[in-house]
Design a binder for this molecule. Structure first.
Ligand code: NAP
Length: 279
């Protein structure tokens, strides 16, 4: 019995290694030859996106605010045979965004894909009690930084003949959450930003899309799934009766970043297990 388990364990680790090698070393994934920048990618949804883009053949620049997180993520993804590099980038800091772009260009020679995933939410409570400082922080990080990073990267995509931008919004952008008012409004703004950028970016052969995740099991959303009573309430809202996993968002982002989505731009796609969205 024990012997069988050991054999099985060995077999599955060989299998895993073979899958990793075939997806990266062969370089024949659907994003082969592309370079991707993914913000807030050392944990949760961003990390899953970085991993998936790498598995699909892209070279990926990961980033977040803390050097330790960047180092840990880069060494983890490299151990999975993925072609990644990383650096610290707080998306709200203009100088960090500039470094992110410069480092990606010098490391990988260009940029084809931007996934703008970072968000902040410093406040939880009745909307009318939100201080101006919280509005500023939420809009600076979630909306302004997303726009400026896109604006700063677009000329480099243009040099490559085109590209793809994906913003990470939320189902709350369609149906505001009661105690997350300003955060929800910032996520609605991203859906609008996606549409507003289409005319100019289309003329540069750059597609711009957006994903709106539902409740995905990450640290960011742990208030919604950690406590069993609250989780039960949340599950009643979700037709599929389960919370989502980060790779379930990452698959969609990889599709939108690839040529399989070559005629899709200006769209926001829900990944919510069936929670409906309507603006
Ligand atoms: P998460 O698991 O808490 O991960 C957050 C990541 O963001 C970490 O890598 C963190 O690393 C980094 N980060 C935080 N602030 C940053 C900043 N200002 N600049 C750069 N990096 C920053 O969060 P998540 O759940 O994956 O959320 C990712 C995105 O999905 C967000 O836009 C969120 O609004 C959206 N979303 C999440 C859910 C959900 O249920 N989880 C649902 C809808 C939408 P450092 O600490 O090192 O910076």
């Amino acid at each position: 019995m024990l012997k069988n388990c050991v054999t099985l364990g060995r077999r599955s680790s060989f299998l895993l290694q073979a899958i990793r090698m075939s997806s990266s070393a062969a370089g024949n994934g659907k994003l082969s030859g592309k370079v991707a920048v993914v913000t807030a990618s050392t944990e949760g949804i961003g990390l899953a996106i970085a991993r998936r883009l790498g598995q699909d053949g892209a070279k990926v620049m990961v980033s977040s605010r803390k050097q330790d997180n960047v180092d840990k993520t880069v060494s983890q993804l490299k151990s999975e045979n993925l072609d990644v590099a990383g650096l610290v980038c707080h998306v709200g800091k203009a100088e960090d965004r500039t470094k992110l772009i410069e480092q990606t260009l010098s490391q990988f020679g260009g940029i084809d894909i931007l996934v703008s995933n970072a968000a902040a939410n410093p406040t939880f409570g009745p909307m009318l009690d939100t201080p101006e400082s919280a509005w500023d922080k939420i809009f600076d990080t979630n909306v302004k930084a997303a726009f400026f990073l896109c604006k700063e990267i677009v000329p480099h995509m243009e040099k490559r003949g085109g590209g793809s931008v994906v913003f990470v919004s939320s189902f709350a952008g369609y149906t505001p959450m009661e105690f997350l008012g300003p955060y929800s409004v910032s996520k609605t703004a991203l859906i609008g930003l996606t549409k507003a950028l289409v005319p100019q970016l289309s003329s540069m052969n750059i597609r711009v899309n957006c994903v709106a995740p539902g409740v995905i099991q990450t640290k960011f959303s742990e208030q919604l799934w950690k406590n069993p009573a609250i989780k039960d309430m949340i599950l009643q809202m979700i037709p599929m009766h389960r919370v989502g996993e980060p790779p379930e968002v990452a698959g969609l982002v990889s599709f939108l970043s690839s040529d399989d989505a070559s005629y899709i731009t200006g769209e926001t796609t829900l990944v919510t297990g069936g929670i409906p969205g309507r603006l």
